[in-house]
Design a binder for this molecule. Structure first.
Ligand code: UDP
Length: 239
């Protein structure tokens, strides 16, 4: 049996790229299924899980702007991409027999509920997994900021950032073989060293609300539950 979880309620941030597997674009249903099963395992341990999904596997506003398009429109397209991903994650969790709900910062009533803190807390009380879509609902932000925002609003004990690598390194470990992983950092160190963990707005929001950020690899099977129970490799960012 897995150990007792260290947290009562957490926010898991999954980038859009985490959902695309090796495809280079879009959603790989097999990968979504595996991630859903990790979320369900955490839920079965009694952890209340909120998930913020990104949209970078489909659309990014900055890319549109770099090609001469309108940034704000591009960002709304990015936010719509996060809704697509959230629907895929919700339906994979549902298929595993756990009730999940998509709460979007942008109202799309035919597809999902619109986020309000009050309704979200009711869903947690009903033992559902919450999938937050639409980021912050505003252009010029990212879903990392959306994750920090929802973690603060939902009074989460920790923000778990699932990435391609198992923590924060002194340099990019794919390019620099001498790079080493930090075990612990403060939010302030992440900002001062300009470490590429999450965008600065997200880290500052987590710092101001005293939310620990735990960076771990979502590619390793079982890593989410491992981190929730104090095992596995990660970098813990606290104040
Ligand atoms: N986005 C936005 N406001 C938000 C969240 C997201 O405008 O609050 C847009 C932005 O264009 C971003 C895209 O949605 O590039 C996808 O989100 P993000 O890049 O954070 O996704 P991830 O990198 O996590 O896949």
């Amino acid at each position: 049996m897995a150990d007792k979880p260290l947290y009562r309620r957490v926010l898991l941030k999954l980038s859009g790229e985490a959902l695309m597997g090796d495809r280079g674009f879009g959603i790989d249903p097999k990968v979504v299924e595996r991630l859903a099963s990790e979320i369900v395992q955490a839920h079965q341990l009694g952890v209340q899980v909120g998930v913020v999904v990104g949209g970078g596997n489909i659309f990014r506003g900055v890319k549109v702007a770099a090609e001469g398009g309108d940034r704000t429109t591009g960002d709304y397209l990015g936010m719509l991409a996060t809704v697509m991903n959230a629907l895929a994650v919700r339906s994979a969790i549902d298929r595993l027999g756990v009730s999940a709900v998509v709460l979007s910062a942008i109202a799309i009533p035919a597809l999902c509920e619109t986020f309000t803190q009050r309704e979200a807390l009711k869903h947690f009380a009903e033992n559902k997994v919450l999938v937050f879509a639409g980021g912050t609902g505003n252009p010029f932000f990212t879903t990392d900021s959306g994750a920090a925002l929802r973690a603060a609003e939902m009074n989460c004990d920790a923000l778990l950032k699932g990435t391609q690598v198992d923590g924060v390194y002194t340099a990019d470990p794919k390019k620099d073989p001498t790079a080493t992983r930090y075990e612990r950092l403060t939010h302030q160190e992440v900002l001062a060293k300009n470490l590429q963990v999450m965008d600065a707005a997200a880290i500052a929001l987590a710092r101001d609300n005293r939310i620990p950020v735990i960076v771990f690899s979502v590619h390793e099977s079982g890593s989410f539950v491992d981190v929730l129970t104090g095992h596995g490799r990660s970098t813990v960012i606290t104040d």
